[in-house]
Design a protein around this ligand. Structure first.
Ligand code: PLP
Length: 544
């Protein structure tokens, strides 16, 4: 690792990482969705507005020149970052926009009967535009399958390429499994068959040094916001020879050679593909973000992100009930998983209450997620500013939630339920907070009708009045109870939450630790303690 690559130092550039959520230090593991923006990029945007802001390519005045220079310098930075030339860099609104635009640009090139090959691990952004192209042109859309580990099946690709193929579209890195595709091999196979290649680089741009010449892809799409720049800016790289041969599909200001009332000629690439006022501040932010990543060292970033990803897979694999999607040979930046017993959205919310931000849903890669037999998953996606401690925080959180995770596959035992309640009550804070919780619980207890508050139902020895009924049905216990004090109503409600509907044999065997191991009983008088013990005895001795 570079001597200069210090996660502690890097984190100082991301103040948001130092904030809290729900009282816990934020653990941001949703970087595949968007990367946080470092302060130097924020400052670059601010200084552009403070000093140089004007529309670009449209004025002779100094401010317009300064703004144009800033945007074109950013284009140079992007070109340098990926080993391309500036006229091969088209600024777009993002990966989705790049691929949609490209699909339209290529539409009049494809011949009927040719096929479009799309990998089975694509984000909808690199699938639906090709579905649409196929629908409009009558070309065949075929899917390149994955092997049993979740890697792209290159043999199947070779087979598919035996038919007349116009284009192969594949992600560099899967946003679901983090599988890294061998882009150079894919492009070599495609080119040998005379097909074009489109690489979705949305998740791949932090894989060390990017060199489009070595990858030899014909087109590469990526988004600025996944690299620390603003949203709404992205890039479509295309080989110069190809871009020169393609016609624009968006029309308006800034892209023409000459226009009369009837017709127009186009300017040169890339301007002819950037109709309208470009998102020049976005482009400038992207230039600044790439400079920032370059200064940190792309190789160091890539190495650390892979190490974090490996650690993530290892810790998730240790947690019973969790299934990780795929076992690709090389993966980075994203790990998706699910728990049999709890909906990913519920688990995502539970993690959030512990300060941990992960993505939930189908990850906009529905066919891939569904091929694993599930509709929704969770995804943890680390970035270079994450720490191993944060990966441990996720593991600890999942272990803490684990009794709930096991709920459906293997019903939570009564002891686990008690354990979870103890953890939750202790997480509330000090004695005052726990007492306040008791009062809230008191209000949740359904009052007994007056006619049931009989002397026979009174629990003897309590400091205040407690009426308790137990009923057993099919070996399961049900409790009805009330008290004239809020504290005891709270105690009764908590006991109902623990015991109601549980097996009577399990109840009588359970050592009740709920009061010893929380602050709930801290201020109980000895009379009240005796009373609570009597309540417990009555519950545990309920007839089977
Ligand atoms: N492709 C992949 C692999 C992605 O992960 C994403 C976003 O998550 C996209 C495409 C779409 O990117 P954007 O929404 O920035 O256009």
């Amino acid at each position: 690792m570079d001597k200069t690559f210090s996660v502690t130092e890097i984190r100082k550039d991301f103040p948001i990482l130092n904030t809290k959520r729900h009282g816990y230090p934020l653990v941001y593991l949703d970087n595949a969705a968007t990367l946080q923006m470092p302060v130097p990029v924020q400052e670059r945007i601010r200084s552009h507005y403070d000093r140089d802001n004007a529309n670009v390519h449209r004025g002779v005045h100094a401010l317009s020149q300064a703004s144009t220079n800033a945007m074109e310098t950013a284009r140079e930075t992007v070109a340098r970052f990926i080993g391309a030339d500036t006229d091969e860099i088209i600024f777009t609104a993002g990966t989705t926009d790049s691929i949609n635009m490209l699909a339209r640009m290529l539409e009049d090139r494809i011949r009927p009967g040719q096929q479009i090959l799309v990998s089975a691990m694509e984000h909808h952004s690199n699938l639906i535009p090709w579905q649409e192209m196929s629908r409009r042109t009558g070309a065949d859309l075929e899917i390149i399958p994955l092997d049993s580990q979740g890697d792209l099946n290159l043999e199947a690709l070779e087979q598919l390429l035996q038919r007349d193929t116009f284009l192969v579209a594949a992600a560099w890195v899967s946003n679901v499994t983090g599988a890294v595709n061998p882009v150079d091999k894919i492009t070599a196979l495609a080119h040998a068959a005379g097909a074009l290649t489109v690489i979705d680089g949305a998740q791949g741009m932090k894989l060390g040094v990017t060199d489009v010449t070595a990858l030899d892809c014909d087109f590469l799409a990526f988004s600025g916001h996944k690299l620390g720049a603003l949203t709404g800016i992205g890039v479509l790289y295309g080989k110069r020879s190809l871009l020169k041969a393609l016609a624009p599909v968006r029309f308006g200001g800034g892209m023409v050679g000459h226009t009369d009332y009837r017709s127009s000629t186009w300017g040169m690439p890339p301007q002819c593909f950037e109709a309208g006022t470009p998102h020049y501040v976005g482009a400038i932010s992207l230039g600044a973000a790439l400079e920032y990543l370059t200064a940190l060292g792309p190789e160091s970033i890539a190495r650390w992100e892979e190490q974090l990803t490996t650690a993530l897979v290892q810790s998730l694999s240790l947690i019973p009930g969790i299934t990780v999607l795929g076992t690709p040979r090389r993966r980075t930046g994203a790990v998706s998983f699910y728990a049999e017993s709890i909906h990913p959205f519920d688990l995502g919310v539970m993690l959030d209450t512990l300060g941990i931000a992960v993505r939930t849903g189908h990850m906009c890669a529905q066919p891939l997620v569904e091929s694993f037999g599930v509709h929704h998953v969770l995804r943890a996606s680390p970035a270079f500013y994450n720490t191993m401690e944060e990966i441990n925080r996720l593991e600890d959180a999942l272990k803490r939630i684990n009794p709930v995770l096991r709920g459906a596959a293997e019903m939570m035992t009564l002891a686990e339920k008690q354990e979870l309640m103890i953890q939750n009550i202790n997480a509330l804070g000090d004695c005052f907070d726990q007492y306040s919780y008791l009062i809230v619980k008191a209000q949740q207890l359904t009052p007994l009708p007056e006619e049931m508050k009989t002397p026979a139902a009174l629990v003897p020895g309590c400091q205040s009045q407690v009426w308790l009924y137990t009923r057993t049905e099919n070996g399961r216990l049900f409790i009805l109870a009330d008290s004239d004090t809020l504290i005891l109503r709270g105690v009764l409600q908590i006991l109902r939450e623990l015991f109601d509907g549980e097996n009577v044999t399990e109840i009588s065997a359970l050592p009740v630790r709920l009061f010893q191991e929380t602050e709930l009983a801290a201020t109980f008088t000895s009379d009240r303690n005796t009373g609570v013990q009597t309540i417990l005895r009555k519950i545990r001795n309920a007839p089977e």
